[in-house]
Design a protein around this ligand. Structure first.
Ligand code: NAD
Ligand code: IPM
Ligand code: MN
Length: 355
């Protein structure tokens, strides 16, 4: 098993530095406990990079990402740049494209200790365990853009190869889960969706043990809050996946609970980041929920660093802290980012019995 890792930290904007700092503390506790060495390099991305370096992500930072084992990212985005010609978000999109991180895994799990935090009824949320597989480097995000005073357009393009490779990630994941893939598209209107549906159906032939169904995105948005247990793996394109994952965040109860892994070709560094944004409304107040980023660090150990044992310890630390009511205001609790982080780190470092 590997025991030395080079991690690039990209805290970014708003609450990004607070939640990445929290995850780093938990990783350090895990490193002590498991006798592994984690070496960090820290760089700028987003609004802070525009301010200090003149661009949302520099060439050197992209190179540092390629040279790392994994990237742990906070969030980008700041209202100061809402009307700027170059936006902080461009840094994140550039990084995803640069690393070829085409498959974005966003697990949505109803944690028993948090069922009461969801705005949805207990009987709807109880037992939810969905994996959203979002295509991350294609579609309207990356097509040709035109932006004029009177006319604007975002071209959405998908190729067979782009759909095929992300579909395989979804089917492989489903094989290890409840063996069901729901492909979400808008095939009644969009040409890209019709290609998507055809290619996904073809890929499904290679996975006879996995059941496939196709659902239109508008209906999927409804099922997600009406009957979320009908889903196992949800496979969808970039824009739909972005929207559906924020909706799905209400199943565990807060944006602050959803981690993610963005993966490319085997062996290339992954990007691990919370699904939420920079939350400028609460930045600097010690209120940010760090669980999504801590759980993203766990995904990093599982999916990129080949250390599922470390991932499990971090995930257990999170469960134990939540059961002991360490929750931030977004979950209805009163704990600070720091208190939550200390609780998880203590448990991870000791392995048991501190709460
Ligand atoms: P947001 O996710 O930042 O915030 C939405 C709401 O959820 C806010 O009320 C916020 O306080 C709350 N929230 C989010 N994360 C939280 C956490 N960890 N703890 C407690 N509460 C949390 O979305 P937004 O307000 O629409 O966007 C703000 C900025 O973030 C924009 O510039 C947007 O582009 C950017 N953004 C970045 C990412 C990313 O870096 N991956 C993701 C989404 C949005
Ligand atoms: C996300 C974010 C990003 C996206 C933005 C900040 C570019 O919303 O990671 O979900 O739309 O992909
Ligand atoms: Mn989003």
């Amino acid at each position: 098993m590997r025991d030395t890792f080079d991690i690039l930290l990209l805290p970014g904007d708003g609450i990004g530095p607070e939640v990445v700092g929290a995850a780093r503390e938990v990783i350090d506790a895990a490193a002590d406990h498991f006798g592994i060495e984690v070496r960090y390099e820290e760089r700028r991305i987003g609004g802070t990079a525009i301010r200090e370096e003149g661009e949302p992500i520099s060439e050197e930072t992209l190179e540092a990402a390629s040279a790392s084992d994994s990237v742990l990212l906070g969030a980008v985005g700041h209202p100061d740049f809402d009307n700027a010609p170059v936006r902080p978000e461009a840094g994140l999109l550039g990084l995803r494209k640069h690393l070829g991180a085409f498959a974005n895994l966003r697990p949505v799990v109803a944690i028993p200790a948090l069922i009461g935090s969801s705005p949805l009824k207990r009987e709807v949320v109880d037992g939810v365990d969905v994996l959203i597989v979002r295509e991350l480097t294609g579609g309207a995000y990356f097509g040709e853009k035109e932006e004029g005073e009177e006319r604007a357009s975002d071209l959405s393009v998908y190729t067979r190869e782009e759909v095929d490779r992300v579909a395989r990630v979804a089917f492989e994941a489903a094989k290890r889960r409840k063996r069901r893939v729901t492909s979400v598209d808008k095939a009644n209107v969009m040409a890209t969706s019709r290609l998507w549906r055809r290619v996904v159906s073809e890929v499904a032939e290679d996975y006879p043990e996995v059941e496939l169904d196709h659902v239109l995105v508008d209906a999927a948005a409804m099922y997600l809050v009406q009957a979320p247990r009908r889903f196992d793996v949800v496979l969808t394109e970039n824009l739909f996946g972005d929207i559906l994952s924020d909706e799905a965040a209400m199943l565990p109860g807060s944006m602050g609970m959803l981690p993610s892994a963005s993966l490319g070709k085997p062996g290339s560094p992954g990007i691990f980041e919370p699904v939420h944004g920079s939350a400028p409304d609460i930045a600097g107040e010690g209120k940010a929920n760090p669980y999504a980023t801590i759980l993203s660090a766990a995904m990093m150990f599982r999916h990129s660093l080949g250390r599922p044992d470390v991932a499990e310890a971090i995930e257990q630390g999170v469960s134990v802290a939540l059961e002991a009511h360490f929750s931030t205001p977004d979950l209805g609790g009163k704990k600070t980012t720091e208190e939550v982080t200390k609780a998880v780190s203590k448990w991870v470092a000791a392995g048991e019995g501190v709460m």
